[in-house]
Ligand binder design. Structure first.
Ligand code: ZN
Length: 400
C-alpha cells in the first residue's frame, strides 16, 4: 500500500505539519505532494513538483494545481470539512477521502452558481470614437523594450532562481506604466511560492470589474533551464502593460473598474490566476468579464485566435465582433482543452472569461517551453494588433 502524506497549504501550516509527523515519515521539501487535475471531471492526482514537470509540463499536458486553492472556497459546516485542516492523511481507498473530494466538487458548483453573472454582452462595439484616439497612442517600441527585458531573465520559473527577481520586475514595470495617473493602484498578490502576481487597477464608479490578464512566468525543457518565454508569455504581458500605460497617460476614467492582472505560476498549473480568482470569488468581487491573453507574437496566418472551449460563450462571441473593429486582422477560432491557460481559473471561479491568442493550435509557436522561445521569433506588428484589441475591449468594457 502506498501511503501519501499531504502538506496542504504547506507554508502556512509548516509548524503544525512538523509537529504532527515523526522524523521518519517527514518528506523532504522537494517531495511535497501537489494535487493536480488534468480534466474538469478529474478528482485530482497527488504528485511531487518534479513529477508535475516530468509527467505533464514536459509532455505538453495541461493541468491545474489546486493544492493551495482547494481549501479557500466558502466553507461548508460539518465534521468532514473540519477534518480538512492540514495536516491530514490520505490512505488509498480511504472512504472519507472520497467524501471529502465529493464535497470539494459540491462547493465548487455552489460557488460557481453563487457568483453573479452577466448573461449578455453588447451586440457589438459602440465606443470607437473614445477608443480609437487611445489606440493611436500605442507604442510598438514599448512592446519591444519590455519583451527584451522579460526574455533576458534566464528563466522566470515560478519556483526557480529568478522567481523573485522577475516578480520584482513585473511589479516595478507595472508601477512605471501606471505612474502617470496617481489614482491607479498597483499591488502584489502573494502565493505559497516566491513569485507574487501583480494587479493594477484603474478605479471606476460602478463597483464592478473588467479584467485583462496575462501570465509572466516561463518554463523551459527543465525547471532550471533557459526559458526566455518570449511568445509564452512575455508577448501577452507587454500587450497588457502597454494598454495600461496608454489608459494611465490619458487619465482614462472608467465607469467599471479596469484591472490588469499579471499572473505568476501559470506553468505550474494556473496557480497565480487560481489564487487571485478564488480570492475574488470568496470576497464577492463582481467581475463582469475577463479577457486572458497567452501568446500574442507568433502568427504565421496573421490572425487573432479566439478560443471557444472552457470560456463564456457570450463574451467570446462578443470579442470576435471586436476584432475586425479594432484590428486589421481576421479572427480564427480553435479549442485548446482543459487548463490550457489562466482563463480556466476565472471560469472555475464562476466569472465570464474569454481567451485570445495569436494562432490556432496547429500553427502556434513550436518553440514554447524551450530555450528557443526567443524574441527573434516574434512579430511586434502582430503584438501591436493585440494591444489595439485590448484597449478597445477595455474602453468598451468600462461601460458594460
Ligand atoms: Zn503560457
Amino acid at each position: 500500500m502506498v501511503r501519501f502524506v499531504l502538506l496542504g497549504a504547506a507554508a502556512l501550516h509548516a509548524t503544525v505539519v512538523l509537529s504532527a509527523l515523526t522524523a521518519q515519515s517527514l518528506p523532504a521539501r522537494d517531495e511535497e505532494l501537489r494535487l493536480v487535475k488534468t480534466s474538469e471531471d478529474d478528482a485530482g492526482t497527488w504528485m511531487t513538483e518534479e513529477q508535475k514537470f516530468e509527467q505533464l509540463t514536459s509532455k505538453g499536458i495541461h493541468f491545474a494545481d489546486i493544492t493551495d486553492t482547494m481549501a479557500s472556497l466558502p466553507p461548508l459546516s460539518g465534521p468532514l470539512f473540519e477534518r480538512r485542516i492540514p495536516p491530514f492523511e490520505k490512505v488509498e481507498g480511504n472512504q472519507e477521502w472520497s467524501k471529502i473530494q465529493e464535497l470539494d466538487t459540491l462547493r465548487a458548483d455552489r460557488l460557481a452558481s453563487a457568483v453573479e453573472k452577466r448573461a449578455t454582452f453588447p451586440s457589438g462595439a459602440s465606443h470607437q470614437s473614445e477608443a480609437n484616439p487611445l489606440i493611436a497612442r500605442l507604442s510598438q517600441s514599448n512592446l519591444q523594450t519590455w519583451t527584451n527585458a522579460l526574455a533576458n531573465f534566464y528563466n522566470r520559473y515560478y519556483k526557480g532562481t529568478y522567481a523573485a527577481t522577475s516578480a520584482q520586475w513585473m511589479y516595478d514595470t507595472a508601477r512605471s506604466a501606471a505612474s502617470a495617473n496617481s489614482a491607479i493602484t498597483v499591488k502584489q498578490f502573494s502565493h505559497s511560492y516566491n513569485q507574487p502576481s501583480v494587479i493594477a487597477a484603474i478605479p471606476g464608479t460602478s463597483g464592478e470589474v473588467v479584467v485583462v490578464s496575462a501570465h509572466y512566468d516561463s518554463v523551459g525543457t527543465s525547471t532550471s533551464g533557459r526559458a526566455p518565454g518570449a511568445d509564452d508569455n512575455a508577448s501577452g504581458v507587454v500587450v497588457v502593460l502597454e494598454a495600461l500605460r496608454v489608459l494611465a497617460e490619458a487619465k482614462f476614467k472608467p465607469a467599471n473598474t479596469l484591472e490588469f492582472h499579471f499572473y505568476s505560476g501559470e506553468e505550474g498549473g494556473l496557480q497565480g490566476s487560481r489564487g487571485v480568482m478564488q480570492s475574488y470569488a470568496r470576497s464577492g468581487v463582481k467581475v463582469l468579464a475577463v479577457m486572458n491573453q497567452d501568446m500574442t507574437g507568433y502568427s504565421p496566418n496573421n490572425v487573432i485566435a479566439v478560443y471557444t472551449d472552457y470560456v463564456d460563450a457570450g463574451l467570446t462571441s462578443y470579442l470576435q465582433k471586436l476584432v475586425p473593429v479594432y484590428t486589421q486582422l481576421k479572427v480564427a477560432t480553435d479549442r485548446c482543452g482543459y487548463a490550457c491557460s489562466d482563463h480556466g481559473s476565472a471560469r472555475d471561479a464562476g466569472y465570464p472569461v474569454a481567451y485570445v491568442c495569436d494562432e490556432v493550435m496547429a500553427d502556434s509557436s513550436p518553440y514554447i517551453h524551450s530555450a528557443n522561445d526567443a524574441v527573434s521569433t516574434l512579430s511586434f506588428p502582430h503584438m501591436l494588433q493585440h494591444a489595439k484589441l485590448t484597449v478597445g475591449f477595455l474602453v468598451e468594457g468600462s461601460y458594460f
